[in-house]
Design a protein around this ligand. Sequence first.
Ligand code: ZN
Length: 366
Amino acid sequence: MITYNKSEVRKKLQAENIFELLQEWGGDPEYTDFGILSATICHNQPGEGSRKLYYYTNTDLFRCYTDCSSTFDIFELLIKVAKVQWNREFDLNDAVRYIAIKYNLAGEEIELDEDALSDWKSFNTYDRINSIEIKDYHATLKEYDTIILSRLVYDVRIEPWLREGITNDIMKKATIGYFPAGGQITIPHYDKDGRFVGLRGRALSQVDADMYGKYRPLMINKQLYNHPLGMNLYNLNNSKDNIKLSRTAIVFESEKSCLKYASFFGIENDISVACCGSSISAYQVQMLLDAGAKEMVIAFDRQFQEIGDAEFKRLTDLLTKLNNKYKNYIDISIIFDKKMITEYKDAPIDESPDKFLKLWKERIKL
Ligand SMILES: [Zn+2]
């Protein structure tokens, strides 16, 4: 496997790249005299922390002045963000690779040097996510020019998705397209008011999916169409009225599940949103409360092979944590496929409306 030289990658990274990354991770960054000021996404979910994470352009280092009270570089920040927002364990190589690939910074076939490793050992352990207070905090995400959408391809049949039961009508309504240069299905993201705030691609090739992650923001003509995933809910623009009426919202991990839900049960019954990760931020819960939801149904993927395995433990820990964090704000129920009627890694909506309804009826209240 190609490994990337950490200091090389860090040297090539521009302040604008750092700014973009902070934006994508929900830090709501701003430029200042010394560098960049951001919310403390190092130990908080987007929209939760105070603005106490400083990036100094003279040293290329971050300092968190609250819980972390330590200094770290962009790679360690990414490791923290991966843990807090995506529930994923990144090591240093993962972090360097992620950023190198994202910004097309050439890799060299060398292993991490000793310096980098000892540097690494001194880094702090992850911060615990403490119980949080939901703040009445509203941010307006940057809007992108929709002209880019007209440059994508729409007259192709997205066979893999059609085969899974997503209808052409729903795809058309969601402006699902194709980006030939990237070999990706394109998924525009809108905020609750229908403003175009991001464009994500779903890799069609398995190799790309393994390398870059299944979903990632698109980069077209040097413009990266990213947005802080934790500060928006995919599909809320379409489902908000139904959520208000039924007082219930279903939170899936991925965009595709929302498209499937609408295909199976109709737009007029659509109460689904996607958090676009495997965690739900306080900001997203606030968005659901604002939309009139009284119950939040968490419908995450079956990310375990058998009851009691390591992944099972990780998933149940995550769900317990989410429940503890938000139960005082909203009723929480969890769709959990303990009888394993769906396949490993499938979303509860993935296989059929019948299976989904069965899981829905058996959803758990902790
Ligand atoms: Zn911190």
